[in-house]
Design a protein around this ligand. Structure first.
Ligand code: GLA
Length: 419
């Protein structure tokens, strides 16, 4: 069955970010950029919080993009401007080391916020990418890199769990890779993006978002083994099956540099240590009774989420291949229940969204991303998108929640040079 989408795809038409970034660059410098590079946000189909446990994830890049218009300059300084900040930030490339002193390569040893306060948080993403590339490229140390001006604009909703940060990292990394002639592959650029996020911004995240951004393909998800960084492109076939992915952004903002995300990560690390394994990736569903004996109730439930979620990712890949996308609904629903009850990262707005979407005929639904706010996704027959959307809006109004923001996303391609 083939079907045309029933609703317009998200508000921002393709190319909006690239145009805005180029306009901002002209305002900043009075000249044309040498190029404009863009990278997408992502939605995660399934596999939540499994990435920093060396496990499996199945995200896909979306059509919303962040663009970086950039040119080299001759004075060894880096200046970043963005449409979401009034003032550009400028530093000498040599000062990046002082701004983001190396945390010796450990993702865990992030600096506290006082040390990073020297630059506004948004600027730590692009500046952090420039800093992280140094570690990969010995030539940097010899001072062979020119300075650079970068202007950033984005169509990716911020704080919605759609990886606006990985999109900034991907666009900036792609621009610097080409302007500086580094020749790095997409995986190396994803690693630089993660390092920026972990050590320059201070969010102890895994590598899912950066890999999804860098390796996305149209109509496919990125099946990633977060231990080996091996990937496989998994055809999704949503459009062919008459399905849409509806994103319901609750508008509740989250930040992964603080609080709950870090605590969940620490629970997982305690669980792995108690079970005597390098990471929870090495624990199977059969090991859970033993985990129950060794761990307190909270840590046990955190571990159970990771172990069962890893299995659900593998099952989803198998079901997609064998029975197609309409058959993955139960796995999405089970994933949401596990995040709600065991990992405890959902919020009432997300639970209401999932329950309402399912009650109105969604094939499956779950919160997506790190949790504590952000968005849910619902896999919906295209004919039901208006009814499900209406029902979710009504349920939010009835519960006294702020009005949600609804739009559809399409699995899309990774980074590209736009201009
Ligand atoms: C955020 C992080 C990712 C991942 C997800 C949860 O998006 O950036 O690394 O941990 O949360 O799956």
């Amino acid at each position: 069955m083939t079907a045309a989408p029933a609703t317009a795809h998200a508000e921002a038409p393709a190319g909006t970010a690239a145009t805005a970034a180029r306009d901002l660059f002209r305002d900043l410098t009075g000249s044309e950029p040498a190029g404009v590079w863009s990278a997408p946000g992502r939605a995660n189909l399934i596999g939540e919080h499994t990435d920093y446990n060396d496990g499996f994830v199945l995200p896909f890049a979306i059509q919303h993009r962040t663009a970086a218009a950039a040119s080299l300059r001759t004075d060894g300084r880096i200046r970043v401007a963005s449409t979401f900040a009034a003032e550009p930030v400028e530093v000498a490339l040599d000062d990046l080391e002082t701004l983001f002193p190396s945390a010796a390569g450990t993702a865990r040893a992030v600096h506290d916020s006082a040390e990073r306060a020297a630059v506004p948080e948004w600027a730590a993403y692009p500046l952090g990418v420039a800093w992280a590339l140094r570690a990969l490229v010995p030539a940097w140390a010899a001072g062979t890199f020119a300075g650079v001006d970068i202007a950033i604009a984005s169509d990716v909703p911020v704080g919605a769990g759609l990886s606006s940060s990985a999109a900034i990292e991907g666009a900036t990394g792609s621009a610097l890779n080409e302007l500086w002639g580094l020749g790095l592959d997409p995986v190396a650029l994803a690693q630089a993006g993660r390092r920026a996020e972990n050590e320059a911004v201070g969010a102890p995240t895994g590598i899912m978002d950066q890999m999804a951004t860098m390796l996305g393909r149209a109509d496919a998800a990125v099946f990633l083994d977060c231990r080996t960084l091996e990937t496989r492109s998994i055809p999704l076939g949503f459009a062919e099956a008459g399905l849409e992915v509806l994103v319901i952004d609750t508008g509740v903002k989250h930040a992964h540099s603080t609080g709950g995300y870090r605590e969940r990560r620490e629970s997982c690390e305690r669980g792995a240590a108690a079970l005597g394994v390098p990471a929870l990736r090495d624990v199977t569903v059969e090991d859970l009774p033993r985990a129950g004996e060794l761990l307190d109730d909270v840590d046990f439930r955190r571990v159970r989420h990771i172990v069962t979620e890893n299995q659900r990712v593998l099952d989803t890949v198998a079901v997609l291949a064998e029975r197609g996308p309409r058959a993955i609904g139960d796995l999405l629903v089970a994933s949401h229940a596990s995040m709600r009850d065991d990992f405890e990262i959902s919020i009432p707005e997300l639970d209401t969204t999932v329950d309402t979407a399912l009650a109105h005929g969604a094939v499956g639904a779950r919160m997506t991303g790190g949790g504590f706010g952000g968005a849910a996704i619902a896999l919906v027959d295209h004919t039901l998108v208006p009814a499900v959307s209406e029902a979710v809006r009504a349920a939010f109004a009835g519960a006294g929640f702020a009005e949600p923001h609804l739009f559809t996303v399409v699995p899309s391609a990774g980074p590209r040079r736009d201009v």
